[in-house]
Write a protein that binds this ligand. Structure first.
Ligand code: TYM
Length: 330
């Protein structure tokens, strides 16, 4: 078993990233050889300020360590420092098909109507993501539900490469989607996922938010006027309410029905403060550890470089085997 996953160092880490991905990363690092990286090359597919990218990368690395990623157990690094990602991405460009990439919902959403003006990188983004996991022969990729399609594409690319070149080179990676919180939704709109790129900061709980800011965001979260039902089935048509109960259950490590057994009949006036307290108790200590780690940014940078060195060693043989299979080694 080999676990690989990444996160773009754009904006702040939020509750969706934490419940959908990072918490699984922390669990898995004890069970398998794990590699986690800041996807700074992916961040280049949209216009980004170079200084901001560099400082975001350090800040997000510190947040991951604060959240429980142990750089002595897991390999933590930034993607750009392991050239095999970009090299393998180029080798896989001949295997990936335009039609496959055209069907990617993230490409359709991000490019919108302006496809001619979108960067080429935004289009080939999922090929780099395939290289990220295939370079390490990943068996499991813990991600939120929104990345499932990209992982299926990585499997398609791996299968076609193996067939085209008659090799058993790439392992087919399995997406591992958090059962508790596959898709955390926006606090302002129950039909949109919580996202770093939402212009409204009130739509998400950031891991760097102060206790008061978190409490305020939950207080103002969109809900309805009905009391809570006794079972999750009663929330089928109430996406905002369902989202808050799901977040509570995921943070508490129980199921939605267990939460509702406690709060059935109560309104959001009672539920929201309880949810805020639980979130603050879980996320507050992570934020405080992160702030302390950022007192020494150079130390975080050195940690990433050590991780990159280990990652380069692991990716090397697969890159070489791909080059050989393609006739690049004469
Ligand atoms: P990114 O940076 O958007 O998100 C990082 C992780 O957080 C998950 N996530 C969510 N989960 C539940 N609810 C949400 N609202 C939510 N928002 C985000 C994402 O699914 C992801 O697991 N393309 C990737 C980064 C990447 C990657 C990879 C991932 C690059 N290479 C290789 C896995 C393997 C991305 O933009 O994730």
């Amino acid at each position: 078993m080999r676990v690989v996953s990444g996160i773009q160092p754009t904006g702040n880490l939020h509750l969706g990233n934490y419940l959908g991905a990072i918490r699984q990363w922390v669990d898995m690092q004890d069970r398998a050889e794990s590699l986690f990286f800041l996807a700074d090359l992916h961040a280049l597919t949209v216009v980004i300020d170079p200084r901001e990218l560099a400082s975001n990368t350090i800040e997000m690395a510190a947040t991951l360590i604060a959240a429980g990623i142990d750089p002595d157990r897991a390999i933590l690094f930034n993607q750009a420092r392991v050239p095999a990602h970009a090299e393998l991405c180029w080798l896989l460009q001949g295997t990936a098909r335009m039609g496959w990439l055209n069907r990617m919902t993230q490409w359709k959403d991000k490019a919108g109507k302006n496809r001619e003006g979108a960067s080429v990188g935004l289009f080939t983004y999922p090929v780099l993501q395939a290289a990220d996991v295939l370079a390490y022969q990943a068996t499991h990729v813990p991600v939120g539900d929104d990345q499932k399609q990209h992982l299926e594409l990585a499997r398609d690319i791996a299968t076609k490469f193996n067939q085209d070149f008659g090799v058993e080179l790439f392992t087919l990676p399995e997406p591992f989607i958090s059962p508790a919180a596959p898709r955390v939704m926006s606090l302002r709109d129950g039909s949109a996922k919580m996202s770093k790129s939402d212009p409204s900061d009130a739509s998400r709980i950031n891991l760097v938010d102060s206790d008061d800011v978190m409490a305020g965001k939950f207080r103002k979260a969109r809900t309805d006027a009905e009391p809570l039902p006794a079972e999750m089935a009663g929330l089928a048509e109430r996406p905002e309410a369902r989202n808050l109960v799901t977040i509570y259950a995921a943070l508490a490590g129980t199921g939605g029905d267990a939460v509702l057994a406690e709060f059935a009949g109560q309104g959001f006036g009672q539920f929201k403060p309880a949810l805020a307290d639980l979130a603050i108790a879980t996320l507050g200590p992570i934020r405080d550890r992160m702030v302390r780690l950022l007192d020494d940014r150079d130390h975080v940078a050195v940690t990433l470089e050590k991780g990159a060195e280990r990652a380069r060693t692991l990716a090397g043989p697969t890159l070489l085997a791909a080059q050989k299979a393609m006739g690049l080694q004469v």
